[in-house]
Design a protein around this ligand. Structure first.
Ligand SMILES: [Zn+2]
Length: 222
């Protein structure tokens, strides 16, 4: 099973969890035609799309999935029951609430090929500790120092309450790190208030497994 990043950040988020015969789309923030291209137009293998929240960079193109009848799980937007069972095979997806300025959900995704994958973005922090995660995909949006230098106070406050700071991200990884952790992916880095090289290095110091940065075009084996 591979993870492909088609976009990460305020310009549009979309990730594909896929093998030869199955694909789960995570976030609908880029046009469906780009997903089709990435899958060589084999869209019949898409088992569903999960969407964290209603903001355009995550949900702008959800209607395109609904139009072609792809099952949707977007609990924070009112799409859950009914569609949920259609997604749950072969991927079992559970949701948990995040801390953002709109209702927002994280996902715990299980599949026999990959074990347990956590996906969480657009959140000040994560309230929960998870058992034996194999893969972590987590927002690492900004560092407090770069935020202080880049924005006026009012905007700083908004970002602090809605997106994850580097130290918060590191704390989560420290607490959830375990022997079976195989990959970490840092997502949704801010253009102005992050430093990819520093963030990767600091998180890599906490774990034995590879730490990937979610740039458009990233692809790795899970
Ligand atoms: Zn958002």
């Amino acid at each position: 099973m591979k993870l492909t990043c088609l976009g990460s950040g305020s310009a549009g988020n979309c990730y594909l969890l896929h093998n030869e015969t199955e694909c789960l789309v995570i976030e609908a923030g880029i046009p469906f035609k780009e997903v089709k291209k990435a899958l060589d137009f084999n869209i019949s293998k898409i088992v569903g799309v999960v969407v964290s929240h209603e903001h355009g960079d995550h949900a702008k193109y959800l209607h395109e999935y609904i139009k072609v009848g792809i099952p949707v799980m977007a609990p924070s937007m009112g799409h859950v029951t009914g569609e949920l069972s259609a997604i749950s095979k072969p991927f079992a997806v559970r949701t948990f609430p995040l801390v953002h300025d709109a209702p927002c959900s994280g996902f715990l995704i299980e599949h026999q090929e990959i074990g347990r994958l956590l996906f969480a973005t657009d959140t000040e922090y994560i309230r929960y500790k998870f058992k034996s995660l194999n893969h972590i995909m987590i927002e690492c949006n900004y560092s407090k120092d770069l935020l202080r230098e880049s924005y006026y106070d009012g905007l700083q406050d908004r970002i602090k309450l809605t997106h994850m700071e580097l130290d918060t991200c590191k704390d989560f990884i420290r607490v959830n790190e375990n022997h079976d952790l195989r990959t970490v992916c840092l997502m949704h880095l801010s253009d102005r208030t992050s430093n990819e090289t520093v963030f990767q290095k600091e998180v890599q110091e906490l774990v034995e497994c590879p730490v990937y940065m979610a740039n458009k075009g990233l692809e790795y084996e899970l």
